[in-house]
Ligand binder design. Sequence first.
Ligand code: PEP
Ligand code: MG
Length: 571
Amino acid sequence: MLQGIPVSPGIAIGKVLIKKEQQIQLIKKNNINVTEELEKLTNSIDIAREQINQLYTLTLNTIGEKEAEIFDAHNMILDDPEFFGQIREKVASENINVEWAIKEVLDNFVMIFENMDNEYMRERAADLKDVSNRVIRIILGVELNDFSKLEEEVIIIANDLTPSDTAQMDKEKVIGFITEIGGRTSHTAIMARTLGIPAIVGVGNIIEFVENGDTIMFDGDNGEIIINPEEEEIEKYRVQIKQNEKIKTKLSQLKGCESVSEDGIKVELAANIGTPDDIDSVIEYDGEGVGLFRSEFLYMNRDKLPSEEEQFNAYKKVAKRMKSKNVIVRTLDIGGDKELEYLSLEKETNPFLGYRAIRLCLGEKEIFKTQLRALLRASAYGNIKIMFPMISSIEELREAKGLLEETKNELRDSKVQFNENIEVGIMIEIPAAALISDLLAKEVDFFSIGTNDLIQYMTAVDRMNQKISHLYNQYHPAVLRLINMVIDSGHKEGIWVGMCGEVAGDPKMIPILLGMGLDEFSMSPISILKARWIINHTSQKVMKEILKEVLMMSTGKEVEEFIDENIKIEY
Ligand code: PEP
Ligand code: MG
């Protein structure tokens, strides 16, 4: 049995499909048969065109027209007489194999493009590489990792999955995934929860132990993985699956009910989303609002910044579908483990402590203002609230608010409508912000505690580093005390306090947070009904008493054991 970090609940039993890492070694061959080589090239271009057309249609149908455009550009490269002409010429004149000729011509083109002081041309270099690699892979018979059309149900095993891998996955057929790296709050994990697929991350070198077609079984609640299980082990898991299904049925009866504690305290159970399409699951699981729209996903998996219009349409769509409910859109949070290649930002030694989120937005004001304009315009269509990420000081907050006011004035001058009373909040995810939360609370309408980052910064534990994942601990007394302090500071200034980090959806922490007086809990949509059940079966008054004791405990282990023994929720 292998063990990993459980990041998305549920049990999965299915066939293994390994994501291949595509390191291709090219060898130069001389004295080849020129006609055969050129034929190989023509056939591979045809196959590549077919693949690209399929990707175009898939992206058009599942994501959108703008996103699909990239594949139009790829098709144009396949038709480029200059590029492929040079390759053919090289094969014939130098008598060399076609994949080597592609490599040489490509290197030459890329060198020219990349040295141009023109971002557009540099982007074309990336496209050219992409298309050429596709053709080379076809020639060499190296299969592409294409998870978009699968014949049978599979569990994907990978070293890591990119956001584009997960976005492209055939959601009907992928029933789980396991990765070798990552932690609870890596974006692979967050995506798994959003898709409602069981997942385990940080399993070391699992790829060495499995082959395509093996049967694998894992539990996304406790991190256990069994490769090629015995019949009785499968039976045990099947019983567990049945049990889970019973609980699911019970929980689904909570749709439409209030999230109110045993002693009548009402809280808001909202959802975290990455794209407008995620609203389907927010509605399915009866989310009472959107507590965190990670807007950076609109900027990912593409080759240039989204325009104001595209963003406006995305925010408006979410706002309209959620009607009068809260839709908290977090402004761009790029950096850390979320990169945007097309911004060509410098590589940093400590990206989580670097040029990310609000820091980047205050440095690249036009990018920020475009987003603010789109958000303000969309605020006329629903209940949008704006939230700034990674605020560490009053100055930063004031500067961000200043740019928001400037944008509002510009819209007023152009007679464009927006919600004049739009609420503005901040994420509390940097210890410095938590410690001055009494001061920050005077200048915002709400707080949302981002525990994913707050824990990593407080305890100096990289949230992505699986070697030290045992040190990443939400029950750490320092973490509990600081969260409690932030909630108190917010309440003293009369603002509401929410939480959108993963801790908000942790069944063990929900009663504790209720005791602290947290007003809003924002989590993956699939966690909402369970959270409602817990709130419905907990008394805030009782939890307030228990909390006094918990806040005096000295270790995370003590806290967790105490919760396990004393706060039991039956389903
Ligand atoms: C957080 O840090 O808790 C958070 C919600 O933001 P992200 O996980 O996107 O950094
Ligand atoms: Mg964060």
